[in-house]
Write a protein that binds this ligand. Structure first.
Ligand code: FMN
Length: 224
């Protein structure tokens, strides 16, 4: 059994998986554990669509078709991050992107190869399990915060089963296709996707080492 710190610290975003299947019991266990996340007034604003096998392939193919043939037609229905990027967020974003592409041998300006790598998002990076999370459109920002706690719980609980994850905002750009393929209800907004599976430790992209700001940069202790 991993300690809490070990589970948190061994989590990282995995972008290549083994084809080894994940048992339904393991998926159910992770989601049930994760649902113990706190939420304001216990609203539990999460809903998850778990995809495997033919269902995963179908969604993947539909989105990949749009990604390669008509990307300009598909955008997220809300801003994912900053409308206008600024530092320090911009430099952190650039660093993780360059570090990742460097590991897989993609050089700056190699647009086709960059796109090919990005497209792997829409195959859940080869994971046998993909999850699409939805939230009611009219939920306020506190419920989005609840959702983050639930998602992090999934990432950490997955470690308890020797599994890895990658949260994926990229699915939001193709929300219209996801809505159609999964038959989502009108009120369900595609929040984020997540890959789940066993890590391919030989894939170079999985050796990405992301840095964090030192504690003193983001924490202020008020004592007197
Ligand atoms: C909400 C959210 C959305 C993300 N979307 C993507 C994505 O679409 N594709 C991807 O490859 N990584 C995605 N990531 C992974 C981040 O790039 C990653 O968490 C960050 O670089 C830190 O690395 P680590 O998770 O390995 O610690 C996302 C992470 C979060 C929390």
């Amino acid at each position: 059994m991993l300690t809490v710190d070990e589970a948190i610290l061994s989590r990282h975003s995995v972008r290549a998986y083994l084809s080894t299947p994940v048992s339904k019991a393991a998926i159910e266990h992770i989601l049930e554990v994760a649902s113990r996340a706190p939420s304001g007034t216990n609203t539990q604003p999460w809903k998850v669509h778990v995809l495997q096998g033919a269902a995963l392939q179908r969604l993947s193919q539909a989105v990949l078709h749009a990604f390669w043939n008509e990307p300009e037609k598909h955008t997220s229905d809300r801003a994912h991050y900053l409308q206008k990027w600024r530092d320090p967020y911009l430099s952190r974003r650039r660093k993780v992107g360059w570090d990742l592409y460097d590991l897989v041998g993609i050089k700056k300006g190699e647009r086709e190869r960059t796109q090919q790598f990005h497209a792997k998002n829409f195959e859940f990076f080869g994971a046998p399990v993909g999850m699409i999370f939805t939230i009611d459109r009219d939920m306020g920002w506190m419920s989005w915060l609840d959702y983050g706690m639930f998602l992090q719980n999934i990432c950490v609980a997955a470690r308890g089963q020797d599994l890895h994850t990658c949260p994926q905002a990229s699915w939001g750009n193709y929300h219209d296709i996801v809505e159609k393929e999964l038959g989502l209800e009108e009120h369900e907004l595609v929040h984020v996707g997540m890959s789940l599976g066993y890590e391919d430790i030989n894939a170079p992209q999985n050796s990405l080492n992301t840095v964090r700001e030192p504690l003193a940069q983001f924490a202020t202790f008020h004592e007197t």
